[in-house]
Design a protein around this ligand. Sequence first.
Ligand SMILES: [Zn+2]
Length: 361
Amino acid sequence: MQEAEQIQLIQNFSNAFGPSGYEQPVVRLYRDAVAPYGTTTIDGMFNALTARNGNTGKRPVVQLDAHADEVGLLVQAVRPSGLIKFVTLGGWVPTNVPAMSVTIRNKRGEYVQGVVATKPPHFMTAAERNTVPQIAEMSIDVGSTSREETINDFGIDTGCPIVPTVACQFDAKHGVFFGKAFDDRIGCAALVDTLATLDGEALGVDVVAGLSTQEEVGLRGAYVTARKVEADLAIVFEGCPADDTFEPDWLSQTRMKGGPMLRDMDTTYIANPQFQQFAADLADELHLPYTRAVRTGGGQNGAAIGYWKGIPTIVVGIPVRYEHTAFNYTALSDFQASTQLVQTLLRRLDAATIASFSSVD
Ligand SMILES: [Zn+2]
């Protein structure tokens, strides 16, 4: 894929509205982008599976994965004042929510601008200034003055989904994107780039790309796609939280402009060590920067896919700063190194190589 196309694709995915369970715009964008490269089917959870053109049904199947959803919020109820009580979709911490600019998709499918309401400092007691409110006590204001106006005029009621309002920007001089939802829209773009780049090439494996939903609420979509694809090997593209802004150099394992992060372990998953080493050796051969990561927190779709049939699985993480907040950074060079690594892996994989990852000898 041309660099200009990559930049546009990443920006489009970042801007797309799609918290967990409400990913339709992201799936539409994906479906249309991959239409030339395979056959896509979409299920009732909005999981999209794309069988690459040229798949034979006779070779080992590699499942590529990225998740469509982003962390967001969901309207629980409209308060008598017209303010909106909400719950979280995915892992937010309360300190990152107040005063956030948000977009709500109303019952008519229109997008409404709002803000997470805070009490003006003029009215706060000394104790309130030093306390983080609980999410259950927070509200969103859309500029309404009554419950009736919020429900009937703004069209907002129980079950309307919400995401941060952020327009993705690309700083061409520094090669860095600023926007929301790079977890995992940078992975969605990597899926598209991989299908586009390999289009027409003869491979030793069949490839099925899975855009899975509801990852942020418990890897739910990937449990479904794994059962459908029944792959022999899996590679997960994940926007992974960068640690380079707070960890010392010796402990930092996911760095912006540090290349892909190959995850050895997290709380849900241990990578197949032979496949992991094969990927690391390939990155060395290609002179690509990369890091390996042993994490004491977090989880991702590699667990849901890898453990359905016990297949070798790795996670290729693209570093994202400030995940699970409204505003993230991610680097074009990390996207390109990650996609190059996975695309070269797909060119190298065949039945014998995949079988070697399961060897205990
Ligand atoms: Zn993610």
